[in-house]
Design a protein around this ligand. Structure first.
Ligand code: URA
Length: 248
């Protein structure tokens, strides 16, 4: 017997596939990870042609459609009635659908609630600097939060709010299928890894979520309050970049 969670996931998948079929996507071909992760067009590179490029393009479009369907569900969500009443925008996530790495934060703050985009306030500016120190750009990474609505006074998410949003952030990660996930802070690490271990104990270790390798570090907001911890985050980023094969 399938569990209730399994049934509702299957129902959602069926609805997504029906929506994809209505949009003309009748078939989701299987390809190897290298083809899947290959960017279709990188800046300054010739546009690839041929069957592999066509397959990769089909998959990217399908991922985009699947994320669009999920983001529409999020925009209409009222599972946490208090958060839904107070929000200006839901904040779904942003980045390429074939990103190698996803950065998972906690929840939108005031700037994110106002704009509908993740990590655009002071913590977001610091996250941009961290990403750029890793010789990456924001445009190359996917950024999302555990919660899609702003909690009042930026308090940490409640367990029932995380449970209500789990299908959304887990769904995004399932669709994007990144190679790496970087959990920013306690809430993200606890929600993704379903642990209560302290963030200090979760650092400097590798975990897995689906097919992704997961690393945990301090949240940029914590760094704004404790700049001395930037050194530890830099150590975490070096560990991550070494694993990703990015030369710093
Ligand atoms: N903090 C988060 O965790 N996420 C944001 O989007 C902004 C601040």
């Amino acid at each position: 017997m399938a569990s209730d969670a399994g049934k509702s996931k299957a129902k959602r998948l069926k609805q997504q596939l029906e929506a994809l079929a209505a949009a003309g996507v009748l078939d989701l071909p299987r390809v190897d990870r290298q083809t899947l992760q290959a960017p279709i067009v990188s800046a300054g590179m010739p546009v690839p042609t041929g069957p592999a490029a066509e397959i990769a393009e089909t998959i990217l479009l399908s991922r985009r459609d699947a994320l669009e369907i999920l983001s529409q569900e999020v925009a209409a969500c009222r599972r946490c009635e208090a958060l839904a009443c107070a929000r200006t925008h839901t904040v779904f996530g942003v980045g390429p659908t074939n990103a190698r790495i996803c950065f998972l934060g906690e929840a939108p703050g005031a700037d994110e609630d106002a704009s509908g985009l993740p990590f655009v306030g002071r913590a977001g500016q610091l996250l941009t600097k961290i990403i750029e120190s890793c010789r990456l750009t924001r445009e190359q990474v996917y950024i999302l939060n555990v919660l899609k609505c702003r909690p009042p006074n930026n308090r940490p998410p409640l367990p029932e709010e995380v449970a209500n949003c789990r299908g959304y952030f887990a769904g995004q990660l399932e669709i994007i299928a990144p190679e790496y996930i970087c959990c920013l802070g306690t809430s993200a690490a606890h929600a993704l890894l379903q642990t209560t271990e302290a963030i200090g104990k979760l650092r400097k270790r590798w975990f897995t979520h689906q097919s992704a390798q997961v690393i945990c570090t301090y949240h940029p907001s914590y760094l704004l309050r404790n700049p001395a911890a930037k050194r530890e985050v830099w150590d975490d980023m070096k560990m991550l970049m070494a694993q990703m094969g990015v030369d710093l």
